[in-house]
Each structure stands twice: as structure tokens, then as C-alpha cells.
Design a protein around this ligand. Structure first.
Ligand SMILES: [Zn+2]
Length: 220
């Protein structure tokens, strides 16, 4: 079972990839971890990627795809894998397709966790911190009893620029401008399955598992 998990920042993609990989015995291949691991092990590709990152440049697709190829050839990927954070662009998806073709394999399904922009903004910009004692709050998951005031010490709550609504909207704009064509690419291939990501973690997981079972029983 070879899966790709897509979802905007705040959609819960990483959490779901972890849960699915544990439940299904598939390797969780997160692109962020991949760069770190390759650098820790000091592989040629890892060192090459590091040189770009140190200069503040994007790691070129050829290097990233080679790292993915290396990773999915590892023994723990024999039963299958879940790609999380890759591909990000249509070019990367095309490179992945030809890499898979060389191995006589194919991606089985692309699962897209769909959450409305407004909900994503709420999730990404809900973090507030107490100026006095640094206790963190989140307006959705752990709101303070009184708006703008710390439960513990009564201190004023403030928002870091990284957690602001403006930053959230900018991040999402970048994500959607890259990913909308990617979603179309997989839809055209007939591999895309959209899952509603607005519910709780358990329900979203059940919906994802339902799609995967459909693939396993041959309902592609
Ligand atoms: Zn406080």
C-alpha cells in the first residue's frame, strides 16, 4: 500500500499519518524528518541538501526525489508507506511517478484531508500566551476562562507574530497556490480521495481507513 497524505498546515495531516502508519504497519515517510535523518547520518545527499539549506536556499527537486527514492527502498517500506509533506508541487509529483515507474510500482491512493480556510485560520491563529507566566492557551482546545486573561496569574495574553491571523493567511495562500494544481493532477489520474477533516481526530481517521480499505478490496 503506497499512499500520499495531503493537507494544509493545521489540517492534522502529520497526526493522521502517524496514526495510520501505526495501525496499518506502513512506514511514515515525513519529508522534514528525511532531511534531518540524512544529515545526521552524513549521507552524500544529506550533505548536499545541507549546503543548500545553510545558504537559505530551497533544496532542488532532484536531490529531494533522490532522498525519497532512497528512503522508500529501505526494508521497512516493503509493506508500503505513507508520504507526508511530499510531493508539494506538480513537478515533484511527476518526478515521483517516474521514480515509481522505474521500480515497477505505483502510488495507490492520494488522500486529501479537506478543511475550510476559515477553520484552518482559526486553528493556526488560536494560540495566545501569558505575558507574565508564559502559559500557552488555544482558543479552540484550551481557551482561558476569561478572554485575554491568564487563568493562573491574571496576566495579559498576547499573540506572537508567527501565530497571528495574518501569518496564518499568508502560509495558507502559499500552500493552496502550490497544492491546488497538485490536487488536480491526482484527480485526473483517478487517485484522489477527499476526506472531510473538520471533525474530531478519531472520526477523520475512520474515514481515511474506510478509503484505504476500499483500495485494498480492489475498489480503485
Ligand atoms: Zn499567567
Amino acid at each position: 500500500m503506497k499512499l500520499i497524505l495531503l493537507g494544509a498546515p493545521g489540517a492534522g495531516k502529520g497526526t493522521q499519518a502517524e496514526r495510520l502508519s501505526r495501525r496499518l504497519g506502513l512506514a511514515h515517510v515525513a519529508s522534514g524528518d528525511l532531511f534531518r535523518q540524512a544529515q545526521d547520518r552524513g549521507t552524500q545527499l544529506g550533505l548536499l541538501a545541507k549546503r543548500y539549506m545553510e545558504k537559505g536556499m530551497l533544496v532542488p527537486d532532484e536531490i529531494t526525489i533522490k532522498m525519497i527514492e532512497e528512503r522508500i527502498s529501505a526494508p521497512d517500506c516493503k509493506r508500503g508507506f505513507i508520504l507526508d509533506g511530499f510531493p508539494r508541487t506538480v513537478n515533484q509529483a511527476k518526478a515521483l511517478d517516474s521514480a515509481m515507474e522505474k521500480r515497477g510500482a505505483d502510488i495507490d491512493k492520494v488522500l486529501y484531508i479537506e478543511v475550510s480556510s476559515e477553520e484552518l485560520v482559526r486553528r493556526l491563529s488560536g494560540r495566545w500566551i501569558c505575558r507574565a507566566c508564559q502559559t500557552p492557551y488555544h482558543i479552540l482546545s484550551s481557551p482561558p476562562k476569561m478572554a485575554g486573561k491568564c487563568d493562573r496569574c491574571g496576566g495579559e495574553l498576547y499573540q506572537r507574530p508567527d501565530d497571528s491571523e495574518e501569518t496564518a493567511r499568508k502560509r495558507l495562500d502559499v500552500y493552496f497556490s502550490q497544492t491546488t494544481p497538485l490536487i488536480e493532477y491526482y484527480r485526473t489520474q483517478g487517485k484522489l480521495a477527499e476526506v472531510d477533516g473538520q471533525g474530531n481526530i478519531g472520526r477523520v481517521e475512520r474515514d481515511l481507513l474506510g478509503v484505504i480499505e476500499g483500495v485494498q478490496t480492489g475498489g480503485r
